[in-house]
Design a protein around this ligand. Structure first.
Ligand code: FA5
Length: 346
């Protein structure tokens, strides 16, 4: 049988006592569930018992129980407002700044991270050649990271760039390269265009001395009416000589990337063995630092450019690798370790 008047008052009292003892939002949620959870709340069970009464009795008791429910709910809401205000107050107190405190003795000044140092050198070099510096989102969509770059859905080349996906958003991913900004840049600025894009990239792959799951690239794109492979080679040699000196050699060998045709893989002589072969360059004497090629007509089209009028070259420099080469760092994982003993050397 549903509760009578006496039990009604008792329940009010018990609820009030339990509410009084609650001092945290988590406990308040738990109390609400104990009484009102759809599956097992004790108050919900009382409401369900109304079904056993005659229609007249159900009407009267139903009204009483609904009134009681509204009362208990508004007490819960008032308590929640109190606790939220208190939590905010606690945060404000713990984060308060004492503006009267005298200056603390100066700590050692910081300095620019080696990756930012090389990025700045390259931004100077490229702006002097008429390139603009662009930025793009690290959280990309499948269209810009793959589809618009001529990687059709299920294209096997996607396997070489596995990444981190976002739960419940199957279309979102952490960009695997800076190349999606080719599309964004072309759409925004049209042709002719000369742009570089330094930025962070992500890949789901096992790490070793040359591979990190999070690393930096520097993308380059030049689109104009008479762009050829010779322009691309000239620009990439200028990068290698600017960073490592005039004697540095660059070699390019064919490599497939869906968004360029022809595509190349570019290497420079190893910083450690100067071409003799060592563990860093896997005994080849060369270190791979970029991918490049002539922009594929499908990519120009996706960027809104007439591929019959314009051609272009693009490259993706492994910025992290450039830093390793410049400073003779034998393991890429030092760079973002946050270890001051390492960082203080630069
Ligand atoms: C690309 O990412 C292409 N987007 C480059 C490109 C751009 C080609 C424009 C053509 C035109 P790839 O996966 O080869 O290509 O990476 C380019 C460079 O990034 C590599 O040469 C390497 O230096 C660097 N790199 C790639 N993966 C890692 C990693 N896990 N850790 C550190 N550096 C990496």
């Amino acid at each position: 049988m549903p509760i009578n008047k006496e039990e009604y008052t008792k329940l009010q009292q018990i609820f009030a006592d339990e509410l009084e003892r609650v001092s945290e939002l988590v406990a308040l949620e738990a109390l609400e569930q104990t009484y009102f959870s759809r599956a097992s709340g004790s108050f919900t069970a009382l409401m369900k018992e109304l079904g056993t009464l005659s229609p007249e009795e159900r009407k009267v008791r139903g009204q009483e129980l609904n009134q009681l429910k509204n009362e208990l709910m508004s007490q819960l809401a008032a308590k929640r407002a109190d606790l939220e205000a208190k939590t905010l107050g606690d945060i404000a107190e713990s984060e308060a700044i004492d503006v009267t405190q005298p200056l603390l003795p100066a700590k050692e000044p910081g300095h620019i991270h080696p990756i930012s140092q090389v990025q700045a050198i390259l931004e100077d070099l490229f702006t002097s050649m008429g390139f603009m510096v662009l930025d793009g989102p690290e959280l990309e969509d499948d269209y810009h990271n793959f589809e618009a770059l001529n990687y059709r859905f299920n294209h096997p080349a996607r396997d070489s760039q596995d990444t981190f996906y976002i739960k419940n958003h199957s279309d979102w991913l952490m960009r695997t390269h800076t190349s999606p900004v080719q599309i964004r840049g072309l759409k925004k600025y049209g042709a002719p265009l000369r742009a570089i894009v330094p930025g962070r990239c992500f890949r789901n792959e096992s790490t070793d001395a040359r591979h990190e799951h999070t690393f930096y690239q520097l993308e380059g794109l030049a689109v104009d009416k008479v762009i050829s492979v010779a322009h691309m080679k000239g620009v990439l040699e200028a990068v290698a000589k600017c960073l490592y000196g005039n004697k540095t050699e660059v070699r390019m060998r064919p490599k497939f990337y869906p968004f360029v045709e022809p595509g190349v893989n570019g290497e420079v002589t190893c910083f450690l063995c100067h071409g003799d072969g060592c563990h860093v360059c896997k005994h080849t004497g060369w270190m791979e630092i970029f991918g490049a090629g002539m922009v594929h007509p499908n990519v120009l089209k996706a960027g809104g450019i007439d591929s019959k009028k314009y051609t272009g070259f693009a490259f993706g420099l492994g910025l992290t690798r450039l830093v390793m080469l410049k400073y003779g760092i034998e393991d890429v994982r030092h760079l973002q370790s946050g270890d001051m003993r390492f960082l203080e050397q630069f």
